[in-house]
Ligand binder design. Structure first.
Ligand code: NAD
Length: 360
């Protein structure tokens, strides 16, 4: 297969961690007989330095012509970087918002995986995490409370603020379908999270999700109220496979789920639209504090690349191989500084990439 991939190396540690992910991908291509065509794209601070804006229309067009985009992270130190003296619409993060909008990336997918080898980094009790856990949170990204009408003003002399929460059936249906597609490739369970005992949007959510579920008889659906889900994530995280939820609930729950896995350097993410296209990036930022030191953990980017293989190219065997290679290197006791613990061997970004590539 020919993989037509856009690459946004980005800022800070971005170029270091993306280089390692490409190294592993090249090894996958070699072993499994694929070819990779990479198109380098500028976004964030790197684009500001060249074009004066964080994302040009030409770059958006070039990204759209790719099958998927692999991204590092963008942005700099807000206190010292000249990028943050620009007006907000010209700062690095504006590029991220623009690309999500232009590519209609309405579904955000964040896995929370606890590797048995890293369970020491998990703040939960050992009896809860024994054997590790492996879930993904599918969060609606372009609707709901964060995009509703809002206002602040005086009503009868009292200062009053208002935010509105709206979802239509189409917005719910398209993310539910993506959620069930992903569950069908995993352990075949969807937990749809809402607040249907209170909110109309949640009651519509529940009805539409049930209607979509009828088309996926092999996937089990359960509903859970968001307050209960917040508790269950720390009480029994192993019960979850795919958590499907709206924007604000997903924002909160995905941070809670990622916290229980340990380091930010391990957290992959994907933003998807209705087609097979996706933007794959680590959940962390550009870590300007460690940029250029060769110590950043490339695993989140490597695991994001594995998600790209699985969800944009349907190369499940290859994605499994990448995930197994990561687990193997961790089993050997190799650690970057952020996941280092006593008795393990500390290695740098490049060495971690080399070891994972060699394990493919
Ligand atoms: P950050 O995630 O960059 O860093 C937080 C802490 O985690 C730092 O101590 C950093 O060294 C560490 N860390 C992050 N990734 C790591 C890795 N791969 N390996 C080892 N350690 C890692 O968050 P921040 O400091 O709040 O933000 C820095 C910049 O990143 C800001 O400009 C912010 O806007 C931007 N940002 C970008 C994205 C994105 O591109 N999607 C997301 C979040 C933040």
């Amino acid at each position: 297969m020919n993989l037509n991939i856009g690459v946004i190396k980005g800022d800070g540690i971005g170029p270091e961690i993306v280089t390692e992910a490409m190294k592993v991908l090249d090894k996958v291509a070699e072993v499994y007989g694929h070819t990779c065509k990479y198109t380098q794209l500028l976004m964030g601070g790197a684009s500001i330095d060249v074009h004066g804006v964080p994302l040009t229309d030409e770059t958006v067009a070039a990204a759209k012509a790719c099958d998927a985009v692999l991204m590092g992270s963008i942005g700099g130190d807000a206190g010292t970087s000249p990028w943050y003296r620009l007006e907000p619409s010209k700062r690095p993060e504006a590029g991220l918002l623009k690309i999500r909008k232009e590519l209609n990336l309405f579904a955000n997918l964040r896995p929370a995986v606890l590797y048995d080898e890293l369970k020491g980094a998990c703040p939960l009790k050992e009896e809860i995490t024994e054997g590790g856990f492996d879930m993904v949170i599918m969060r609606e990204l372009t609707g709901g409370l964060y995009f509703g009408e809002r206002s602040t003003g005086e009503i009868n002399g009292v200062l009053t603020a208002r935010d509105s929460l709206t979802y239509n059936e189409n917005e719910i249906r398209r993310i539910a379908k993506r959620g069930f597609d992903i569950a069908a490739k995993r352990r075949k369970k969807v937990t749809s999270v809402d607040k249907a005992n209170v909110l109309d949007t949640s009651r519509l959510w529940r009805n539409v999700v049930e209607e979509v579920a009828a088309g996926y008889p092999e996937v089990t659906l359960e509903h859970m109220l968001v307050d209960n889900c917040a508790m269950q994530l720390v009480k029994d995280p192993k019960q979850f496979d795919v958590i499907l939820t709206e924007n604000m609930f997903g924002d909160i729950l995905s941070d809670e789920a990622s916290m229980v896995t340990g380091s930010i350097g391990m957290l992959a993410s994907a933003s998807l639209n209705e087609t097979k296209f996706g933007l794959y990036e680590p959940s962390g930022g550009s870590a300007p504090d460690i940029a250029g030191k060769g110590i950043a953990n490339p695993i989140a980017t490597i695991l994001s690349m594995a998600m790209m293989l699985r969800y944009s190219f349907d190369l499940d065997k290859e994605a499994d191989a990448v995930e197994a290679a990561v687990a193997k290197v961790l089993e050997k006791g190799c650690r970057t500084i952020d996941i280092m613990s006593e008795g393990k061997t500390q290695i740098g970004t490049e060495e971690m990439g080399n070891l994972i590539a060699e394990s493919i």
